[in-house]
Design a protein around this ligand. Structure first.
Ligand code: CA
Length: 230
């Protein structure tokens, strides 16, 4: 899975430049053009890094940063503030609001990429060795391998992303629409019942004859990862 960078910036030309350079370097990019939109998106998805402009319409970059730090969902996401201001006082204010790094415009694409990678290394030093587990299921993110009770599970790419999303949010109930947005992405149009098809495939791959189904169907709501099936 590609690391995702969220660009929060109202200058279209800069967004285009940032997106181009990040995508060229293998990042997935999502964008918000004002502070309010950024906060809405951050409630639903978890980027690996947020590039946050200081001067934004509706909600200022500083305020967005404070809110990112207050929310349990986004608290640990690294933030790089972007600004045209070069004053020391602003830099201190930016870092005090919870930003991890600070870049003054204009900056070169290579500096940007280096900063993004550095901030990711600092906050996730062992990303390559990461594994997600729930009950007897484990996912090795580096090797892209899934196992249950020590037995290898073979999943298609969508089932893999779906399971990864569940493993990252154990116990939480997600609607089909939320799963579509988080696993398939905002820009893809897929019918909600497509989710059911992939859930079925995921269950078939995961559940051995004597094993409980760890994906719970929540009637008229959606699905959750849950091993307490009374
Ligand atoms: Ca701006």
């Amino acid at each position: 899975m590609k690391p995702m960078v969220m660009i929060v910036e109202d200058e279209t030309a800069l967004v285009t430049m940032l997106r181009y350079n990040l995508e060229k370097e293998g990042f997935e990019v999502c964008e918000a053009n004002d502070g309010e939109e950024a906060l809405v998106q951050l409630a639903e998805r978890k980027p690996d890094v947020v590039l946050l402009d200081w001067m934004l319409p509706l909600v200022s970059g500083i305020e967005v940063c404070r809110q990112i730090r207050r929310s349990p969902v986004s608290r640990t996401v690294p933030v790089i503030m972007l600004t045209a201001r070069g004053e020391e006082a602003d830099k201190v204010r930016g870092l005090n609001s919870g930003a991890d790094d600070y870049m003054t415009k204009p900056f070169s694409p290579s500096e940007l990429i280096a900063r993004v990678r550095a901030v990711m290394r600092r906050t996730k030093p062992d990303a390559s060795a990461e594994a997600l587990t729930f009950a007897d299921v484990s996912m090795d993110l580096a090797a892209h391998r899934v196992s249950r009770n020590g037995r290898a599970i073979h999943l298609g790419p969508t089932e893999y992303r779906l399971l990864r999303f569940f493993l990252e949010h154990p116990g939480r109930v997600f609607t089909r629409e939320q799963l579509l947005d988080s696993v398939w992405g905002h820009d893809v149009y897929v019918e909600p019942r497509t989710v059911d098809v992939h859930i079925r495939r995921l269950r078939k791959a995961l559940n051995g004859p004597d094993e409980i189904d760890i994906i719970r169907t929540v009637r008229s709501a959606g699905y959750a990862l849950d091993d307490d099936q009374q």
